[in-house]
Design a protein around this ligand. Structure first.
Ligand code: ADP
Ligand code: MG
Length: 137
């Protein structure tokens, strides 16, 4: 059953990420979709904190992904620019995924058609102002 959460601040979206993180296991991949500024990175930040990541969690800008040490190691990928990279490296995703780590993928649609199996799919909709609607399936 998909879960629907309404948030009214970045902190509430971080808390929603933390709640999902409590259910994750090493090897899990979470797909996080939604328009620019929807709050994908904010959600992932909250999840990372709950997984014991203490370094700053920001948008991977010049790389497609970042790895963070935590109680469980975490990968955070943003595939927004993958299309323009020409997809020349098919091993790009595999480098960041593994049975020992949790991975969050922003802009998963850019990875089609070889998207990994997902433990959860998160979709965030901007509702204006600071309000967001989050679906976790
Ligand atoms: P994305 O990764 O989807 O592009 P970000 O998480 O980087 O989005 O940015 C979301 C922005 O919206 C941040 O500046 C955040 O502080 C702000 N914001 C305001 N209200 C919310 C909310 N309810 N949930 C998430 N982010 C919010
Ligand atoms: Mg982002």
């Amino acid at each position: 059953m998909p879960e629907h959460i309404e948030t009214a601040s970045a902190e509430e979206t971080e808390a929603a990420g933390a709640a999902l993180a409590a259910r994750l296991r090493p090897g899990d991949v979470v797909l996080v979709s939604g328009e620019l500024g929807a709050g994908k990175t904010t959600f992932v930040r909250g999840a990372c904190r709950a997984l014991g990541v203490t370094v700053p969690v920001t948008s991977p800008t010049f790389t497609i992904g970042q790895r963070y040490p935590g109680r469980v190691p975490v990968s955070h990928l943003d595939l927004y620019r993958l299309g323009s990279l020409g997809g020349e490296d098919p091993g790009l995703l595999e480098d960041h995924l593994g049975p020992d780590r949790v991975a969050f993928l922003e802009w998963p649609e850019a990875a089609l058609p070889e998207l990994p199996d997902a433990a959860a799919r998160v979709h965030i909709v901007h509702r204006g102002g600071d309000r967001r609607a989050i679906e976790v399936a």
